[in-house]
Design a protein around this ligand. Structure first.
Ligand SMILES: Nc1nc2c(ncn2[C@@H]2O[C@H](COP(=O)(O)OP(=O)(O)OP(=O)(O)O)[C@@H](O)[C@H]2O)c(=O)[nH]1
Ligand code: SF4
Ligand SMILES: [Mg+2]
Length: 429
């Protein structure tokens, strides 16, 4: 089935937020047409974010996320709220579900503030419209969902918004029970989720049709069985899309392959871990770079990450270094972050820094205690989440870099691997 082939990190993340019992889980179920999330009249039913990858027409591959209520009480409640706010960091489109019979609350307003601050496209689902209707006098039939009309504007200050717009955010009356307004909500989400076509390429913009590119993929025990990892697949795909030729080899076959190719390749792209050997086996007149550098550039992070790695030269004994991984099940990352990287950093700096590790969705809000942050390749995180983490670091003045760039820097090959990008290479001078 095609729909499961889109990597989670490339899916548009749609998060449903709101107070307990507003009907977040119910509206999510109605939008997806599936019973994905548990619904009940007990407040606080959803205690952990629930993720579901699916195809949502007319938008395409999405990640639907149900969240715990943002008005929870007590210590456990605070923890649940924190989880919801963490989801917000990776949300591309937010749906604020409001119990229309109760109106907009202080918690809703606070969330809207955050959503605006983060510039997340948002819609308000004014839920339980079926109940509202029961209380209405006959003949006051609403005209529906004229998104963009000024009708709701005057509600901005008050708490009794009606269908229309609230501070530029569309407000849609829906009922998870009768399904009224659900189709309109879906269409609205599709509009909000449309990202500007970006023409960023992984490597294609550096190639011409019929160029040869040699990709070096070590098949060691850390490599997943029976397949290539996603960044490798995506790079091959991008090479092919350009009309260039991808030759894929292990590091052990690179030298002979280059000799036997009969044509000088435009570029060699290697896994960072094999950089040492690959650099030695690749003649100086062939451009050499790594998957992680290409991906950092693709995500717009190459420059800050290259700047960030220089903090290694200022490390002293006892300085704290945060090593952060994007997921908790990471066969392909194996012991790089926890074992090898700390060893290499100790060897390179000749110092004894203190390493602190986080993984998965944990990423500290306050990173001021760290001298630098070394993040994994973040292949499982979506763009918004990575940008959020980088912004945290930047706002607090903490240099941040990634594994691949750190490994290349420590082994003295970063400069060479930046050759295809002269402006960024210049940062190392
Ligand atoms: N009449 C009516 N009831 C609804 C509607 N949507 C949800 N409900 C009811 O409201 C209650 C709460 O719904 P949930 O979907 O569990 O609410 P939630 O926001 O996910 O709540 P928590 O997970 O506890 O934060 C349930 O009893 C639902 O049946 C609606 O559109 N109309
Ligand atoms: S690079 Fe990060 S997100 Fe990707 S598998 Fe490794 S630890 Fe997980
Ligand atoms: Mg729920």
């Amino acid at each position: 089935m095609g729909m499961n082939n889109t990597p989670a990190s490339d899916r548009i993340h749609i998060g449903f937020f709101g107070k307990r019992n507003a009907g977040k889980s119910s509206v999510l179920n109605a939008v997806t047409g599936q019973n994905l999330a548990v619904v009940s009249d007990v407040k606080g039913t959803t205690t952990d974010p629930v993720y579901k990858a699916m195809e949502l027409l007319p938008l395409g591959p999405v990640m639907m996320i149900d969240t715990p209520g943002i008005d929870d009480e007590g210590e456990l409640g605070a923890l649940r709220m924190k989880k919801s706010y963490q989801v917000l960091n990776k949300t591309d489109v937010a749906v604020l579900v409001v119990d229309g019979t109760a109106g907009l609350s202080r918690e809703d307003e606070e969330l809207l503030c955050k959503i605006r601050e983060k510039k997340i496209p948002c819609a308000i689902a004014w839920n339980k419209a079926d109940m509202e209707k029961a209380g209405e006098t006959e003949g006051t039939e609403r005209t529906g969902l004229e998104t963009g009309t000024a009708g709701g504007e005057e509600n901005a200050a008050g708490c009794s918004a009606e269908p229309g717009v609230l501070d530029g955010i569309p407000v849609l009356p829906v009922s998870a029970v009768t399904k009224e307004g659900i189709r309109e909500l879906k269409e609205c989400l599709a509009r909000l989720g449309q990202t500007e076509e970006n023409d960023l390429r992984i490597v294609g913009d550096l190639l011409s049709p019929m160029d040869f590119v040699v990709l070096v993929v070590p098949i060691d025990k850390a490599a997943p069985k029976g397949r290539l990892i996603l960044p490798q697949q995506q790079t091959i795909r991008d090479v092919l899309e350009t009309g260039a030729t991808a030759v894929v080899v292990r590091d052990s076959e690179l030298k002979e392959t280059l000799e036997g190719l009969g044509k000088k390749p435009k570029m060699v792209i290697t896994d960072s871990q094999a950089f040492g050997r690959v650099s030695a086996d690749t003649p100086e007149d062939i451009l050499l770079t790594s998957f992680s550098i290409l991906f950092a550039r693709y995500k717009g992070e190459l420059e800050p990450m290259v700047e960030g790695v220089r903090a290694l030269d200022e490390i002293r004994d006892g300085d704290k270094i945060l090593v952060s991984e994007g997921c908790t099940h990471h066969r392909q990352c194996d012991d790089i972050g926890t074992v090898k990287l700390p060893r290499w950093i100790r060897e390179y700096t000749g110092k004894e820094p203190e390493f602190v590790f986080t993984s998965g969705t944990e990423f500290p809000d306050d990173v001021t205690e760290y001298k630098m942050i070394v993040h994994c390749g973040a292949c499982m995180l979506n763009e918004r989440e990575v940008k959020y983490r980088m912004k945290c670091a930047k706002d607090q003045g903490v240099p941040m870099t990634n594994y691949g760039i750190t490994i290349a820097y420590i082994h003295g090959i970063l400069k060479r691997s930046l050759e295809p990008f002269p402006q960024i290479e210049a940062l190392l001078e």
